[in-house]
Write a protein that binds this ligand. Sequence first.
Ligand code: QAP
Ligand code: CO
Length: 171
Amino acid sequence: MIREIVTYPNKLLKTRSKSVEQFDQTLHTLLDDMYETMINKNGIGLAAIQVAEPICALIINLPDEDDKQKKEDLLELINPEIIEMEGSTIYKEGCLSVPQYYEDVQRAEWVRVRYCDRFGKQYEMECDELLAIAVQHEMDHLKGELFIEKLSYLKRKKFEKEWKKRLKEKK
Ligand code: QAP
Ligand code: CO
């Protein structure tokens, strides 16, 4: 089922998500719905809070070399923790909760993340390139943070101005 995406400036997006304790059907249904919702909106990553569920669950589905987004490449990260990070990189990010807005954000270039799959089995994964950025972006959602909060003061001002104008025009 496609769920509604919570968009800025909804306060829900500031929620600190809670750890998942039950790896049950409710979680599996949520993850399936998140995937359907993300694909429907042409996204590559989604955190549970973006569909109003304040739990530490996120999905990432990056396109491959042929620019194909394959379901077999879907990553589901439950209770993720970054246990190592290195380097620095800048990428023009977007977010389904901040539609039609993209801006450069600085993040670690490489991260090692520990997480559980939907059954509660624990894994570790090393991430670089776009995956490292996506993991950090989605994990920020679990802390109640959006990428626009990482912008410089001036870029943030510019964003607020643009967004207010947009809301007024009811776009
Ligand atoms: C997070 O972002 C991310 O504004 C996922 O109109 C960001 O899926 C991962 C989207 C940067 C890696 C690098 C945004 C779709 C999708 C929009 C998304 C829009 C339609 C964003
Ligand atoms: Co986002």
